[in-house]
Design a protein around this ligand. Structure first.
Ligand SMILES: *[C@@H]1O[C@H](CO)[C@@H](O)[C@H](O)[C@H]1NC(C)=O
Ligand SMILES: [Fe+2]
Ligand SMILES: [Fe+2]
Length: 734
């Protein structure tokens, strides 16, 4: 007992030595929610624990975000805006990659606490295992849904929102994530993607295309949500504007912003994190229980549930997004198997899992205040917390007898007050104590026990050595180490890759095979005379057979890049121009002409898709040239300076929108000329004719807007003239 007294006393003395507490607002040490997916609301609602001694005035404090939380929310909002306007903020890339890897590590750590459930339970990948897993998840959801329906029939309360007012609040709070719907696939299936992988990335692109309404503005998911926001009078601006992240809109559900940011982040490095994106997609496109509850409860409250209903239908596991997403992931893994055997397939699987876990680990929904469980319900949040509490609780009965002269507090109370046995019997009190102690620097440095003064004083030569047993010290150490942001090495070792620091990774900028590459480059000088309309409508500007093939090949393989970055930010696609560009890209990549419905698995099952890449490969073959496996190979050893210039311009779809559309127009005229080329079979000529027709339709819709503004038309004309001059080169010289 005397040892315990001594410990408490020394703690008092030692704490009073500290003059100041360092500012807690360090971004990386933000508090982590260790609970597993909390998106599925607890059902039925658990009543507050009875028999708990109530400690007044603390409860209200709990749900207020602390400084660390609001700093991280602030950063998330900031990056949410910048990532939707990336070309203006290239400097954020290394930080973004770090956060992404941090998020992988965080969600993997959580998932690894329950390796027997979830996607990690499939240690050894086979298509059958994966399909069975997804099916059982789906069955589980159905079963829970039936239980929910039965509960509600029995008169139990709503589980998503208490009343109409709360539902309206909820819908508005969800906007940040809804306004980036599909963003995780925003950069997939690029021309810089190795050609062999385009089979899988194309399937994923079709999922994105459907998020974007397949080019029909009314069906665009962002449009549908925007209409809903209008209907409820949310008063929100467009999701990609600076205004959207302004505090005056009261959009402040941290987990919604975090999930939205994760969607933008994972899309950002489409070549480095391809399997992770495919895994993320597979998790997101599965049908979650909360979606079905949302539809039912919105309808009960006479609110428009169409957005959510649409997602139940379109994400279905048979022909919808869930199935398409699985096919894309399976296709990728099987390709890795063909190339590198089973070991390669299993490594790819790990990476697909990491992406899946990221999506599953970050809840996307707001939490209705009236239905939120008090945080104390889940305390202790892990075994380490439970053990630490036990240690302090054992010491509490004697602690209050000490009259400590120290005025220095651990957060809200002095140590002696904290350890008052009656108070310490309360779970809420214990949780507050641990929370306050954990933000008490330098006594506790989250994630770094060896530099935490508490541990130093408890160790040999410290003032409190011997007052805690060795095993108790170990418990406290483990607790402190567990408080930190998870080590990013968790990601690297899980997926079996060698860690590459972001400063390095973001320097690897070969624009022929990497994305994003945002550099200032000088583009060619060109006249900005407005192009006359009859030039634009002409279909016979070029002859059918290029004479300078060395210059033609780089041009052909690079030019699909021109518009591909237009569709990477959902909020920017949700207007007439964005939708028209989606239709043009669909034509260029060989997707089926848009019908009145969704293609879903029809698109994935189509045996043969021919787009610009495939036509390019045929032309090379007929010209007796060996087939390249990627854009980089197509450019290698050829005159690629203009191709590189196009690639650079394509990285700036905001600044160069009209210029790029103008250039794309010149290439449509090239396509029209080549429909009579001897480099293409008759079938392929016909395919190209169809592509060109659809391109012209789409680009004309863009031009109708551009024409109304002289400056925009000047930019368009510059792009057009530059593209046309370069194409002419391929026909007039050799
Ligand atoms: C469509 O959105 C883009 C990106 O936000 C914008 O640059 C463009 O002016 C818009 N076009 C129309 C027709 O509103
Ligand atoms: Fe969607
Ligand atoms: Fe979807």
């Amino acid at each position: 007992m005397s040892l315990v007294l001594q410990a408490i006393f020394l703690l008092c003395v030692a704490f009073s030595v500290v003059k100041a507490v360092e500012a807690a607002a360090r971004l990386l040490t933000r508090k982590r929610n260790r609970k597993r997916d909390v998106e599925r609301p607890p059902s039925p609602i658990v009543k507050p624990l009875s028999g708990e001694k109530s400690v007044p005035s603390q409860v209200a404090l709990r749900d207020k975000p602390n400084d660390v939380e609001s700093a991280s929310l602030q950063e998330h909002k900031d990056l949410y805006y910048k990532l939707q306007n990336l070309e203006r903020y290239p400097e954020i890339l290394p930080r973004c990659r770090d956060i992404l890897i941090q998020m992988f590590a965080e969600t993997l750590t959580d998932a690894q606490e329950h390796p027997e459930t979830g996607i990690l339970s499939i240690e050894c990948y086979t298509r059958e295992n994966l399909a069975a897993f997804l099916r059982s998840e789906n069955d589980g959801t159905t079963e829970q849904w039936e239980q929910y329906v039965a509960r509600r029939k029995g008169g139990s309360v709503r589980e998503m929102f208490k009343d109409k007012e709360e539902a309206v609040w909820w819908l508005k709070q969800a906007a940040p994530v809804k306004y980036v719907d599909g963003a995780w696939l925003g950069h997939i299936n690029k021309i810089s993607t190795p050609f062999a992988l385009r089979r899988s990335t194309k399937d994923a692109w079709q999922v994105m295309s459907e998020e974007l309404g397949d080019g029909d503005l009314d069906k665009n998911h962002v449009t549908v949500y925007r209409d809903l926001m209008e209907e409820i009078g949310a008063g929100l601006p467009e999701g990609d504007t600076l205004d959207f992240i302004h505090p005056r809109h009261d959009l402040n559900e941290p987990r919604v912003w975090k999930a939205a940011l994760a969607q933008l982040l994972i899309s950002l490095f489409p070549h480095e994190f391809l399997p992770e994106i495919l895994g993320f997609n597979m998790a997101y496109e599965g049908l979650p229980l909360h979606l079905m509850k949302t539809v039912k409860e919105l309808e009960e409250l006479k609110l428009n549930a169409y957005y959510f209903l649409l997602h139940i239908a379109i994400d279905n596991a048979d022909s919808g997004h869930a199935r398409m997403a699985m096919e894309a992931a399976v296709g990728y893994i099987e390709q890795m198997r063909e190339k590198g055997g089973d070991a390669a397939a299993q490594q790819a699987w790990k990476r697909v899992q990491a992406g899946f876990v990221l999506a599953e680990g970050l809840p996307t929904t707001p939490q209705s205040p009236s239905l939120k469980l008090p945080a104390v319900e889940s305390f202790p949040r892990n075994d380490r917390e439970a053990e630490v509490v036990k240690i302090f609780q054992a010491k509490a009965p004697v602690a209050h007898k000490i009259h400590c002269s120290s005025r220095l507090k651990i957060g809200r109370h002095s140590l002696v007050d904290w350890l008052e046995p009656n108070a310490f019997a309360s779970k809420q009190w214990q949780m507050d104590f641990l929370d306050d102690l954990s933000s008490m620097k330098p006594w506790v440095r989250k994630g770094d026990s060896s530099n935490s003064r508490l541990i130093q004083e408890l160790s040999w030569e410290g003032k409190m050595f011997g007052s805690f047993t060795q095993s108790e010290v170990e418990v406290v150490k483990a607790w402190i180490d567990g408080l930190g942001a998870p080590d990013s090495r968790i990601y690297w070792s899980f997926v079996g890759r060698d860690a590459v620091p972001s400063s390095e990774a973001c320097q690897m900028n070969d624009i022929r095979e990497d994305y994003p590459v945002l550099k200032q480059v000088q583009s060619s000088e060109v006249s900005s005379e407005p192009v006359p309309q009859e030039t634009l409508t002409a279909t016979d500007l070029f002859s059918p057979n290029p004479t300078n093939i060395n210059r033609f090949i780089p041009l052909w393989f690079a030019h699909p890049c021109l518009l591909e970055n237009f569709v990477s930010i959902p909020a920017k696609v949700a207007n007439s121009t964005g939708s028209a560009v989606v239709r043009v890209l669909r034509a260029q990549s060989g997707f089926e002409n848009e019908g009145p419905g969704v293609a879903g698995m029809d698109e994935v099952r189509r045996p043969h898709t021919v787009g610009l890449v495939e036509l390019g490969l045929e032309m090379m073959q007929r010209a007796g040239l060996s087939a390249p496996r990627s854009l980089k190979e197509a450019l290698a050893g050829r005159d690629d300076s203009f191709a590189i210039e196009m690639l650079h311009a394509s990285m700036k779809p905001i600044q160069s929108a009209n210029f790029l559309i103008g250039m794309a127009w010149a290439f449509v005229q090239l396509h029209e000329a080549l429909t009579a080329s001897s480099l293409l079979s008759e079938t392929s000529q016909e395919v190209l004719r169809q592509i060109a027709r659809r391109e012209r339709d789409g680009l004309r819709a863009c031009l109708e807007v551009i024409e109304q503004d002289t400056r925009q038309y000047t930019d368009f004309s510059r792009g057009y003239s530059l593209g046309r001059a370069e194409i002419e080169f391929c026909f007039t010289r050799s």
